[in-house]
Design a protein around this ligand. Structure first.
Ligand code: ADP
Ligand code: ZN
Ligand code: ZN
Length: 824
């Protein structure tokens, strides 16, 4: 860098719009460069890691600059492509570069005064440390809850950050975030012989077990499965496998263990990290898939983005795998995006079995150290162990790719691709298109149920469109049967929450040893309690929602702020003691199933049962392994799972989705029902789907029955046009929050009035959202709808001006205002 350059503009992890100019001291002039991290003081006591955005010679006019303390990187950590990407995110989604910085880097790479640090217990002291590093490590080993500020005090050093960084790299310490275990820990129980018995000893055992036929049978089966006396290397036999082979209970195995013949041991299995490098090769594509892939390639010659609209189980994933393979051969990187809940071990294993260690996973359940590792791995792309494929969630768009060839956005219609809170409120699918353009790469969007906007873009020629209407092996789409709940109630034929049709179909499936998935878009036991005599419903004191009843811990819980109380026994309004639960969630379905089908093995998959480490993986594994007959769940069960023995899917209450007050409710209901139906009959036999509803003639239900995406799309599109919504108009939501309801209402009406002077009838509101108070903040929204062809950047600039003006008024300075561009 130029020796005369004196100043650097930095991005700091703060929600402030501007860049911050610092001066570069003489001794750092050779080091500081664009994209590197530097440490700077901020205010009196704080300091931050900042990213160098520009370097120049112009002193700021209105403040005296402070000096950069140190430079953390030898080469830029943030590439110039990434900085362009950050700029785009911040401009398009109307947030600060600081917000983007915070979202883009794992904590371990953005140390700040408040980052919590701790010593690693199993650090190898063989690695050499400097004196100061040792001093710091010593402090950390003897105290808890240390952050960099307290560390500075404890060591008497002015700034320990460079040492902290170096200790991090040496693996001596870590930065804490919520440490959620990664996939790695999974144990499995195995069986082996208690010692190395000779063949004659073994025959003796077998003989002795003459009277314990079941034990004898099990032992023989073990010998058979393990091939112990037949082959050099005996096969490993799992407990499950052995029990299944003879159809007996674990008690029998325990008896054999007590006799010291067999032994049960457990071993960690690493289902994700298949350390073997041998890979299973590509599957040959069927003729429809071959056609689709060649259409995709032709389409890519003209278009940067192609939508692959393929029915569930048509083998979209196989097509992706072939495309990835081609990219790798050209030495390109691939980003494969999945929504959070669809990133399961199933898909990970499928990719790993083809691409082995070239696949890196980026998941929000990974702890920070792992995320830093992946970040660094991609950053040092030239090394031999570099990942070439990243399978990841939303935030993986921020990884430092340098050579992307293809981005795949699977289940592109999923709304979890959009970050809701905090800023940047970006949509990973839409951001992917920009990211791909920066790299000269292509984007493939895939789904069975495209978002209306996406399909519109494909139909209007902005994207390519490739459609795949055949399931692999031409398995028929499931048969969809409707149960009219209203009619059944009238005739008093409902069995609790189940229609007679559903009960009967479950019975048949259980008899045939086929599996069942039941879907209800609500967790908990019942959505609310209600006083039978006056209709009083217990509400959350902090939010404007009713409390959901959870039976397992007998609590009423707020799903927005987690506030929880014991259910009241007396009505607060009229004193009646008759308080009943209303509606039903997954927990109640599970309980009711147990009473109707006491012999069935039932599992439940929702937010409440999957909080613990590995719980989600365990449930999937058990279901795959047929240790469960019925899986009850929320939308978690609808995403991308591939079970081959599911012949029935039940949707317990279609109406709750259809009646949701949102312009996307019909689109979402269709997507949800079509996706969950897609879990049925994925192998050989045609599956069945039963939908319970009060409105069997609803047009969306009809579309689902006929598997008619196109009609749903056309009808929705007409409505969108009539009511001025996307894809015809662009929406920007302006959200105002304050603890005082009067203040927020006043502020919103002042702002709406001033915006109306500019935008006229394009301004809607102010209006309260369905849930108008969360954690004691009152919320009011103003919605701007602008024509697709008008300049969004100009509109955004005007919005900012008006919001800043509002906040400059004394009575409104504590109002929180945020923008949500393309809200979901
Ligand atoms: P989608 O992603 O469209 O839902 P998948 O790729 O999961 O479909 O395919 C459904 C099932 O069919 C999977 O179990 C997959 O392994 C299998 N399958 C799809 N295409 C092929 C193929 N060409 N050869 C062998 N198996 C295939
Ligand atoms: Zn009452
Ligand atoms: Zn609440």
């Amino acid at each position: 860098m130029n020796k005369t350059t004196k100043f650097a503009d930095l991005i700091l992890p703060l929600p402030l719009a501007q860049l911050f100019t610092y001066s570069i001291p003489e001794e750092l002039k050779a080091d500081v460069a664009i994209g590197k991290r530097v440490v700077v003081p901020f205010g009196r006591t704080k300091f931050y890691t900042g990213i160098v955005k520009n370097i120049h010679n112009n002193p700021p006019e209105d403040y005296a600059t402070k000096e950069i303390i140190s430079c953390l990187d030898e080469s830029p950590l943030i590439t110039s492509l990434q900085l362009c990407f950050w700029d785009w995110i911040s401009q398009y989604y109307q947030c600060t570069l600081g917000d983007v910085f915070k979202a883009a880097l794992p904590s371990g790479l953005k140390l700040e005064s408040q980052s919590k640090i701790s010593a690693n217990e199993n650090f190898q002291t063989k690695i050499s440390l400097t004196k100061t590093e040792e001093q710091i490590l010593n402090v950390l080993q003897h105290s808890k809850d240390v952050n960099i500020s307290t560390l500075n005090q404890a060591t008497g050093l002015k700034n320990t950050l460079p040492q902290v960084k170096s200790l991090l790299e040496k693996g001596a310490i870590s930065i804490q975030e919520q440490i959620v275990s990664s996939y790695k820990e999974k144990t499995k129980e195995w069986v082996r012989l208690s010692s190395d018995f000779s063949e004659s000893e073994m025959s003796l055992f077998i003989n002795q077990l003459k009277r314990a036929k079941k034990q004898q049978e099990m032992l023989l089966s073990y010998l058979n499965l393990s091939k112990h006396y037949f082959e050099e290397n005996a096969n490993k036999v799992s407990v499950d496998e052995l029990l299944q082979s003879v159809g007996s209970a674990k008690g029998i195995l325990k008896s054999l263990a007590e006799k010291n013949i067999l032994e049960i041991y457990s071993e960690k299995i690493d289902r994700i990290d298949l350390s073997q490098t041998e890979t299973s090769g590509l599957k040959e594509l069927n003729k429809y898939q071959q056609e689709a892939i060649s259409e995709i390639k032709t389409s890519f010659e003209e278009k940067n983005c192609v939508l692959l609209h393929g029915v569930t189980s048509s083998g979209k994933t196989e097509i992706y795998i072939h495309l990835i393979h081609e990219q790798l051969q050209e030495g390109k990187q691939v980003l494969y995006l999945l929504p959070e809940i669809a990133l399961t071990t199933q898909i990970i294993n499928r990719l790993k079995s083809v691409f082995g260690n070239k696949v890196g996973i980026y998941h929000s359940k990974f702890n920070d150290a792992e995320r830093v590792e992946i970040y660094n791995n991609i950053h040092q792309n030239n090394s031999k162990n570099a990942y070439q494929i990243i399978l990841g969630v939303r935030s993986s768009v921020f990884l430092p790719f340098n050579n992307l060839g293809l981005i795949i956005v699977d289940e592109e219609h999923e709304n979890t691709y959009k970050q809701f809170d905090p800023a940047p409120r970006y949509h990973a699918r839409d951001a992917s298109l920009y990211l791909a353009n920066l790299h000269g790469a292509k984007t493939l969007l895939g789904t069975a149920t495209p978002a209306i906007e996406t399909y519109y873009n494909a139909k209007s020629g902005k994207y390519g469109l490739v459609e795949l209407f055949h399931r692999h092996q031409d398995i028929e789409m499931p048969e969809i049967i409707i149960a009219d709940v209203k009619e059944a109630r009238r005739k008093k034929r409902m069995k609790s929450i189940f229609s007679p049709e559903l009960i009967q179909m479950i019975e048949i499936c259980l008899e045939n040893k086929e599996q069942i998935i039941l879907f209800q878009n609500r967790r908990g036991y019942s959505p609310y309690l209600e006083c039978k005599s006056c209709g009083w419903v217990p509400h959350c004191p902090n939010c404007s929602v009713s409390l959901t009843y959870h039976r397992y811990n007998n609590q009423l819980v707020c799903h927005y702020c987690a506030h929880s109380i014991h259910p009241p026994t007396v009505c607060e309004q009229c004193g009646s003691t008759e308080i009943e639960d209303r509606g039903f969630g997954t927990e109640k379905i599970e309980e009711e199933l147990m009473s109707f089908f006491p012999d069935a093995k039932i599992g439940r998959m929702d937010l409440d049962t999957t909080r613990k480490k590995m719980a989600y993986e365990k449930l999937i594994y058990k279901f795959e392994n047929r240790e469960l007959d019925i899986l009850v769940g929320t939308q978690m069960v609808s995403k991308g799972l591939d079970f081959d023995n599911v012949s029935l899917v039940g949707v317990l209450n279609a109406d709750s989705m259809l009646n949701y007050p949102d312009y996307r409710a019909y689109e979402r209901s269709f997507q949800m029902m079509a996706q969950v139906s897609g879990r049925a009959g994925r192998n050989k036999k045609r599956g069945k789907v039963l939908i319970q509803t009060y409105t069997p003639d609803h047009p969306i239900i009809k579309n689902v029955i006929e598997n008619d995406y196109y009609s749903m799309y056309s009808e929705q599109l007409a409505e969108r046009k009539e009511y001025i919504y996307p894809p015809y108009f662009r929406l920007i939501n302006i959200c105002l929050k304050h603890k005082n309801q009067t203040v927020v209402n006043q502020a919103a009406s002042v702002l709406a009035k001033s915006l109306r002077k500019v935008f006229g009838i394009r301004i809607f509101g102010p209006q309260s959202p369905v849930i108008s108070r969360i954690q004691n903040f009152h919320i009011v929204n103003i919605l701007l709808k602008i024509e697709k062809k008008s300049s969004p950047s100009k509109a955004k600039w005007i919005l900012n001006q008006h919001a800043n003006h509002l906040k400059s008024m004394d009575q409104f300075k504590s109002i929180l205002i945020n923008f949500d561009v393309d809200p979901m």
